[in-house]
Design a protein around this ligand. Structure first.
Ligand code: GP9
Ligand code: MN
Length: 604
């Protein structure tokens, strides 16, 4: 009998995936995962009934089945409204609940009764079934629990094959539900939320004073020549997927990899020692760094774990100054939990995949091709009130670097790593897409009044491909020192009509927020930011990476070793000594702010 109840709930969950959530799979393996993923949690839930006996056991079977169905059904209703899966912070967000309440009757459909069919059947069968013989099955109860855990581990193993680092790296709720199932997803969500809640609960306002003091000491006055120089202009930020600095002004088989960006650099401010500071949160970490001038998390993604925090983010500040703020990115809005985090950061609008026309012809790899993405975005851009701050996030140059033949403008590289080989043509394609975007902006007369900030979000080629990278760079091997140098990403600030400059200052994504604010003539003295203005004459040439490595003008510190920057060779650790404290404090204070949600105690 219990098995039948498990079977019903299992199949019902699968049907809800297909009929209500419209989850589609790209392969049979994915579909198989989707099909088996409700089993472990269903077995666990209904298995609880084995701990009870006689009549109580029957009641528990029905109650647990109703509980499972209710959780499913709340998700169905939530999904109808938000097109997303429920998370705890959202569940307890009263403002959202009010939004939904008004329309709740409209969300319920007559056909939803189908979800009750099995329960009615179970009740009927149970009343017919004699009560006697329903004892406490302690041992079977434990066996069932163990079985469900076993199935879960197997499920997780398969999911890891399908999507490596699923739990630490990928925080797309749809992906999680697809891979581990909806009930397990809720458990996972609860664990993450309670962990972060605890740190927040124990935080109080006193910690922030120390940080405010530190920040005041670090504050760097702006260059008055630049201060306020772009006031009132539209700001366009281009987050360029996986773009590393080593491709700039370089070639493959005699052909430039980034011809457009190379030319653009000749008309822009170009920061040649600018580092990404991201960790597992990848693109989302870079967004967090740029918008908050704070670090993301050491592990996991802050976009996922701390979307409910109080921030004093760039979009919010610009909004207060009359800017319209938005993001354009042709991907699911829940990827990296962007839909929720963007609200916390103060964006007015997120143009996600639903704002774009995505077809098989105009897609490759992760989705809409960059050139089509930019082309379709122009109209969206035009609709916005001015001045605006709009961030574009590109997608084509993403691992595994797939590209259609028609978009391949340069040869692949020739090494043992397919990833490295394919990287160059997709970077070249992204360069082309950006070129088209600038052309269209000019044609539409939208160029002159805009400022363009382009940067690489994070590395595209991991250390795993060091051999092929050494071959490309013409080196014997990639040392730890070289690895750090490879974390440079280009930063180009293009202000039409401004003299070009190549700027050497060692810097990172965390420094962008104060730079942009100062260019707009907005004072940052009272802000809590851990970066500093890239154009300030007082600036320290310095960058800390998320793993504690740091770079100064003459040293690189990584994996416990201090390197001399000129020679790339190991040097005395005393050379790196002066920077240790700064590196540690920057990271520590940033974590304290994020984990303790400390900005809720700070009023500028
Ligand atoms: C997905 C895109 C890529 O929306 O931002 O994410 P990544 O894997 O680079 O973090
Ligand atoms: Mn990315």
């Amino acid at each position: 009998m219990t098995w039948l109840v498990v079977f019903f709930l299992w199949i019902k969950t699968y049907l809800v995936y297909k009929l209500y959530f419209n989850i589609r799979s790209e392969s049979i393996f994915q579909e198989l995962l989707l099909f088996i993923n409700p089993l472990s949690s269903t077995l666990f839930l209904i298995g609880i009934s084995f701990f009870f006996k006689d009549k109580l056991r029957k009641i528990m079977i029905v109650a647990l089945s109703i509980l499972g169905t209710t959780i499913l059904y709340i998700n169905v209703l939530f999904f109808r409204f938000f097109n997303d899966f429920l998370t705890l912070p959202v569940f307890f967000q009263t403002s959202n609940a009010q939004d939904v309440q008004g329309g709740i009757t409209e969300l319920i459909k007559f056909t939803d009764l189908f979800l009750m069919v099995d329960i009615v059947l179970i009740v009927y069968l149970l009343t017919k079934h004699s009560i006697s013989g329903m004892k406490i099955y302690k041992r079977p109860a434990l066996v069932v629990m163990a079985l469900s855990v076993g199935i879960f581990v197997l499920n997780l193993g398969l999911a890891q094959i399908e999507r490596p680092q699923l739990l630490t790296r990928s925080f797309d709720r749809e992906l999680l539900v697809k891979n581990i199932g909806i009930l397990n997803f809720h458990v996972y969500d609860a664990v993450i939320q309670s962990q972060t809640k605890a740190q927040r609960v124990f935080a109080d306002g006193s910690e922030i004073n120390e940080i405010v003091h530190y920040r005041r000491e670090q504050y760097k006055k702006p260059d008055m020549g630049f201060y306020g120089s772009i006031e009132g202009k539209n700001i366009i930020v281009l987050s360029l997927e996986s773009l590393q600095d080593f491709v700039i002004n370089e070639k493959v088989n005699g052909k430039e990899i980034t011809p457009f960006l190379n030319d653009l650099i000749d008309e822009s401010l170009y920061f040649e020692n600018f580092y990404h500071q991201t960790a597992q949160g990848k693109t989302s970490d870079s967004e967090f760094l740029v918008d908050n001038s704070l670090f993301g998390r050491d592990s996991g993604a802050v976009f996922f774990t701390h979307s409910g925090n109080e921030y004093q983010a760039l979009p919010e500040e610009l909004r207060e100054k009359g800017y319209y703020t938005s993001v354009m990115h042709a991907n699911n809005k829940s990827f990296w939990n962007r839909d929720l985090m963007y609200q916390s950061l103060g964006y007015d609008q997120f143009f996600d995949i639903n704002s774009y026309e995505v077809t098989e012809e105009n897609s490759i790899g992760w989705g809409l091709k960059d050139a089509d993405f930019f082309e379709q975005s122009i109209d969206l851009l035009k609709q916005q009130p001015q001045p605006y701050y709009t961030k574009f996030i590109t997608l084509t140059n993403h691992f595994p670097f797939e590209l259609g033949e028609e978009d391949r403008f340069i040869d692949e590289f020739n090494s043992s790593s397919g990833t490295v080989n394919r990287y160059f043509p997709t970077v070249r394609y992204m360069d082309y897409a950006v070129e088209q975007f600038f052309k269209q902006m000019k044609e539409e007369g939208m160029y002159e009044n805009s400022v363009f900030i382009l940067y690489g979000d994070h590395y595209g080629i991991s250390d795993y491909h060091n051999k092929a990278m050494a071959m490309y760079l013409g080196k014997e091997e990639i040392t730890n020192f070289d690895s750090i140098q490879l974390q440079k990403v280009p930063l180009i600030i293009h202000i039409p009509g401004t003299d070009p400059q190549t700027i050497e200052t060692v810097s990172g994504q965390i420094d962008l927020k104060p730079t942009i604010l100062h260019l707009l003539g907005i004072n940052t003295k009272e802000n809590i930011e851990l970066g500093s203005d890239l154009l300030s004459p007082e600036r320290d040439s310095f960058a800390v990476l998320r793993d504690g490595s740091f770079i100064s003008d003459d040293t690189v510190y990584t994996k416990g070793i201090c390197y001399d920057k000129d020679s790339g060779l190991e040097t005395e650790s005393s050379q790196c000594e002066p920077y240790f404290e700064r590196a540690t404090l920057d990271l520590r204070y940033s974590d304290q702010i994020v984990f303790g949600d400390l900005l809720r105690f700070y009023d500028r």
